[in-house]
Write a new protein. Structure first.
Lengths: 410, 410
């Protein structure tokens, strides 16, 4: 079953909002066997929406639309869909009750809220449990078009609780199995060469994709067929061969983010972690705490942006700072020990660098970052170089810190 | 001049990678007067790429493509473009020299790297300063199609340094002026009602959009015309009226993120800041340090995920923790004072809450977050309620903390 997603909104085309909806939808739909073959983003213009809807309805079986359902003037999706399906808006008591419930404790009902209770007549209207804009489910020539709100949390709730279950009960699909292996220490082309023979012997029913990202490469195997269990076994068998070829460089096989991989290692071995961060400014801690249940192993961090904080809370010596500078192997090692002592943890990571755009010198140009990771008395350090811009310098340092922690724990 | 962006890659449709490229491109193109009217994401399939390219070349003046130029088997963009333009791949010494330079200190050249030096014959080839895949610039029937790498950093560098300057010198455009006003304290529909009269009197050449996001709403005014200075004056004149209607609720008029708004306030008044974070786990510090030059006012943070760290580094009393619990107004106030004392700052924000999915109780359900902000002895506190899921709970708490800091500084 082929799906096209249409995301609507000037803000997407002008780049003020990143469309994260379609990636989330693609992932969830794929998990249950629907294949998204195209995403189209268009502006809030009637003719452009109509053209996109019409082309999509010819191309695929299911069209999922997000956005343009808000209470304001620039939201025209439901009027446009009425035109496309030759229907009109009618007042829905059910939707109006829901809007009152949603707004109950927040604001007084106004005419714009009431206008949100107007819904297309010839469609199934689905109440939105977490917002005021309702979901419209149209059917035409045995094809389905669903229009839903674009606010990510509302879209997710409506997709998970209503739209995906209804799609699953309406269609029967073939089996699809994904398995993603995370590989470290390989540049993409070297990995491709290393895996040539393996890749060439992959059965027809399996497709391979390389997904490189800041220091690691994810290899995604996708198997398709009629029998899910059979496809799963084939995928796992081919995946297992990767360990023979790449050994310990295969970090993970569940598409887990790095913070989850190190989190599991710490949890299994009953170890605790802290971080001491200068240029990463809390990003490592934020990544680590994005994992539910991390409080079992994560105690906390000192973000030591200034030298006074490095001295005061992490016990970095004035002398070391003066002799080697804040961005040095010596200082990150002292930060590391400071974190383990102050926060009383078994392991720690520490980072100090020049994120840019300013603050570089001839000897230590922007992009220079020192990273250290410790498990008890075992300390590993690493120097990151080359300037990729402030944001990416910090992201790379965060990933490298997590990779170094993984290494010291291994 | 109308532009369509085509992003290529199975990983986008299956949702393993969020397409951040097109938003960035849309923003940069808009700034120089090109209008992106559609974004299309397709899979790595020849017929789907061909169909999308052909439709786009009919629809718009300029087609910009990203992705599918890597060294591996699933990358088919350049072969497909040769087919579309009726040309073939030839070896480019210039590109080969660039590839050698890029790979110099990292890996040995292999056949896949060499294959990247094969480029379409009938196009202008532009070297990629920061990667191995080159840029191809085609022209046909006075329309332009540019194919570039999909790795965000490479795309950005090539767009900024080569593609946008070349587009600007090839086309002449009308003027376009954007101005975005950030408004706090208004739900979207209430704001829309409040602004009805103002909105109705806006001149034809101005378009308005509402962009709500976690507690704030951005109002974007877009003016178009022939004379840039004239359009700018009209936009500014209409924007100025917002202050008369909304007063202090207009936070900013430069589309600055909250962290930049509070950063400017601190900098102007020569004040210093620290954060004490429990459930936000470093996210507030990460947001604050995303602003270049923040070291002038930001000293650091204590991420106190565990109670021991709250006591040890922030001096929260055992007694307060026992009597009120870690998620309480009393504890965030002590965290706040602890941060200002330990990190010696004029201002601080502190957060403690239950991000979920576990850890809630009947009295303090998941989603309960206490937030406090201080400037010297003035302390403001706020209780955030309702569970939107771990990620969004943390994001909302981060935004609310920055808003509370803005308020205490105002």
């Amino acid at each position: 079953m082929f799906v096209e997603i249409i995301t609507i909104g000037d803000e997407l085309l002008i780049g003020q909002v990143v469309d994260t909806n379609s990636a989330w939808m693609g992932k969830e739909l794929n998990n249950v066997g629907f294949e998204v073959i195209r995403v189209t983003s268009v502006r809030d213009r009637e003719n452009e929406i109509l053209e996109a809807v019409d082309a999509a309805m010819k191309r695929v079986d299911i069209v999922l639309m997000t956005g343009g359902l808000g209470p304001t003037k620039d939201d025209i999706t439901k009027y446009t869909l009425c035109k496309y399906f030759g229907t009109e808006l009618v007042f829905s008591d059910m939707v109006f009750e829901n809007i009152k419930r949603i707004l109950a404790n927040r604001i007084t009902m106004n005419p714009l809220n009431k206008a949100q209770a107007m819904v297309p007549r010839d469609c199934t209207v689905i109440n939105n449990r977490v917002g005021t804009a309702s979901v419209s489910w149209f059917e035409k020539n045995s094809k389905v078009l669903v229009s839903m709100p674009g606010v990510p949390q509302e879209m997710k709730t409506n997709m998970s609780e209503e739209i995906i279950p209804r799609l699953c009960s309406r269609y029967k699909m073939g089996a699809i199995v994904h398995k993603t292996y995370t590989v470290k220490n390989y540049p993409e082309s070297v990995l491709a060469i290393t895996l040539t023979d393996w890749e060439n012997q992959l059965p027809e029913c399996i497709k391979l994709a390389y997904l490189p990202k800041s220091g690691i490469i994810r290899l995604r195997l996708t198997g398709r067929g009629n029998n899910e269990e059979e496809i799963k076994q084939i995928v796992l068998k081919e995946g297992a061969k990767l360990y023979d070829i790449l050994g310990d460089n295969v970090l993970d096989e569940n598409d887990s983010p790095l913070e989850e991989i190190v989190g599991s290692m710490l949890k299994e071995r009953n170890l605790t972690l802290s971080t001491a961060e200068s240029c990463t400014g809390g990003n490592i801690a934020a990544r680590i705490t994005s994992v539910p249940g991390c409080s079992v192993y994560f105690k906390g961090s000192v973000v030591a942006y200034s030298n006074e904080v490095k001295k005061g809370l992490l016990n970095v010596s004035e002398d070391t700072l003066n002799r080697f500078g804040a961005v040095s192997e010596e200082v990150v090692k002292e930060m590391l020990n400071g974190a383990m002592n102050s926060l009383k943890t078994d392991c720690a990571v520490a980072v100090s660098g020049i994120a840019g755009p300013d603050g570089g010198t001839a000897e230590k140009p922007v992009g220079t970052v020192w990273i250290a990771a410790a498990y008890g008395k075992t300390i590993l350090t690493q120097k990151q170089e080359v300037d990729f811009g402030r944001e990416l310098n910090v992201e790379r340092a965060t990933n490298n810190a997590l990779l170094l922690l993984q290494k010291v724990l291994f």
